[in-house]
Design a protein around this ligand. Structure first.
Ligand code: SDX
Length: 429
């Protein structure tokens, strides 16, 4: 099939740019040669119209509410797979067979221990410091305990070990950070437990008594981690990839992704949603006042958990999480007035012209915090749980940059500052 061409005309000249078509029919203009041919660059703050890369990992159709990991729908994976299968799928490109899954789970379980000195790093944090600040620091510290990871051009076996170590140690790091913020003694991973069980055991278990994770909780957390596992070139994933494009090691690249995810416009939204709902409850629960605030351009308040850069009809993950929230609270016998407030807010917003016109509706963060809270996690820990879920996606996307030897990310700009001018000595200023 002949290559399609897009024509850019400027200043009396016309430039032919090749059109790229993806496996799901998406099309984009490849402008790699634009500046060389025309002297022009493009400008797209927030990259709302700009693709940074091709990728074979995740596909989103924002208009149709489709989210696929390596071609499998998020609905199928959330219902029929577990997080370890999905992590294998994202990183290796195919669902594991029984033997591969068993080997994968054993390998990950074997690497869950972290260096004892990590405790000294955790001890150095202020008692109530935010867990995301601690998480980024200790993940980056892994690059000092495993200096062999700094050579990102090593053989595949060495790179696989680094990726396995990152996935495995994340459960221990996250649970130890939780224990650190609670002032409780650390628990050690047990090879008899699976990935999510181990995480719950190390987080909620105590040395003084037997703790057996509740299957309802294991299933809910496993499903939530699957729903968060990857999401194309979102803010934190793009951060991981641009850091990785400089041949920085995996641990430091992931730590940079943790920093990006922390923002309340991104992964920090799940904490911000609960804070918002708590404020609405404290304020008497009147929804309209808050919806009007969100619509008021002079008011910085936004409805946390609403809107999305890509989804323009619904976030398929929010649908699954909303049902899971109902199921989990029902099974655990918890009635949370904040959940009722959330449902009321959703209904009001979905019937408001402002939100309808801008296609704003609940995203993945709107309901997830309600489940995390029901499971006993403190609000400051919600974004850590998002990072735990997103980790295999970050690893897979970093691997794609490394495997494809993609060029170092270095965007251009349009300069708007002072034009060239002579230096003025301080005595003359
Ligand atoms: C995640 O990218 C990903 O894939 C992210 C994520 C992932 O899995 O990695 O899905 C996870 O980050 C989900 C989003 C979590 N963030 C929030 O819930 C914070 C609240 N939402 C917004 O701040 C906002 O909707 C964003 C950041 C999510 C999207 O912002 P965009 O795409 O840049 O949209 P925009 O800011 O240009 O908004 C378009 C219009 C504006 O109004 P107008 O200027 O056109 O009049 O919609 C308005 C905005 O003011 N708007 C909102 C709103 N979100 C957008 N108005 C009120 N409340 C909101 N939440």
């Amino acid at each position: 099939m002949s290559e399609e061409i897009a024509k850019i005309s400027y200043n009396g000249n016309t430039y032919d740019m090749p059109v790229v078509t993806g496996s799901e029919g998406e099309t984009g203009i490849n402008i790699s040669k634009l500046r060389g041919q025309s002297g022009l660059i493009t400008l797209d703050p927030g990259f709302k119209n700009t693709g940074s890369t091709t990728s074979s990992i995740t596909f989103i159709n924002g208009e149709a509410g489709v989210l696929n990991y390596r071609g499998y729908s998020i609905e199928d994976l959330a219902e029929k797979a577990d997080f370890m299968e999905v992590a294998y799928l994202l990183i290796n490109g195919e669902l594991p067979n029984a033997g591969q899954l068993d080997d994968w789970e054993k390998k990950v379980s074997y690497h869950t221990l972290v260096h004892e000195d990590i405790k000294k790093i955790l001890d150095a944090f202020p008692a109530k410091s935010h867990p995301m600040g601690q998480l980024g620091a200790v993940i980056n510290a892994l690059s000092t305990y495993y200096p062999e990871a700094l050579d990102t051009d090593r053989d595949q076996e060495a790179k696989d070990l680094t990726m396995t170590r990152m996935l495995a140690k994340m459960t221990t790091l996250c649970s130890w950070i939780y224990k650190n913020t609670q002032g409780h003694p650390y628990m050690y991973p047990q090879t008899k437990y699976g990935y999510v069980e181990n995480f719950l055991y190390m987080t909620f278990g105590h040395r003084t008594e037997e703790y057996v994770p509740d299957p309802v909780v294991i299933d809910a957390v496993d499903k939530l981690l699957i729903l968060h596992a990857d999401h194309e070139q979102n803010c934190s994933t793009s951060t991981v990839k641009i850091v990785g494009s400089s041949k920085a090691n995996l641990y430091s690249s992931i730590a940079a992704g943790v920093a990006a995810l922390w923002g309340p416009l991104h992964g920090g939204a799940n904490q911000a949603v609960i804070e918002m709902l708590e404020n609405i409850k404290k304020d008497g629960g009147g929804m309209q006042k808050w919806i009007d605030k969100a619509k008021d351009k002079s008011d910085p308040f936004r409805l946390m958990g609403f809107g999305h850069r890509v989804y323009k009809n619904f976030d398929p993950r929010a649908k699954v999480i909303k049902k899971a929230a109902d199921d989990v609270l029902d099974k655990l016998g918890i009635s949370d007035p904040v959940l009722e407030l959330a449902k009321e807010l959703e209904q009001k917003a979905l019937n408001d012209d402002y939100f309808i016109a801008r296609k704003l509706f609940p995203n993945v963060d709107f309901y997830s915090g309600i489940i995390y809270r029901a499971l006993g996690f403190p609000m400051e820990f919600f974004t850590v749980l998002f990072a735990l879920g997103r980790l295999p996606g970050w690893i897979a996307q970093w691997k794609e940059v490394n495997d494809l030897s993609l060029p170092i990310g270095r965007p251009r700009q349009i300069y708007t500052g002072p034009q060239s001018r002579p230096f003025v000595a301080v005595k003359d200023r």
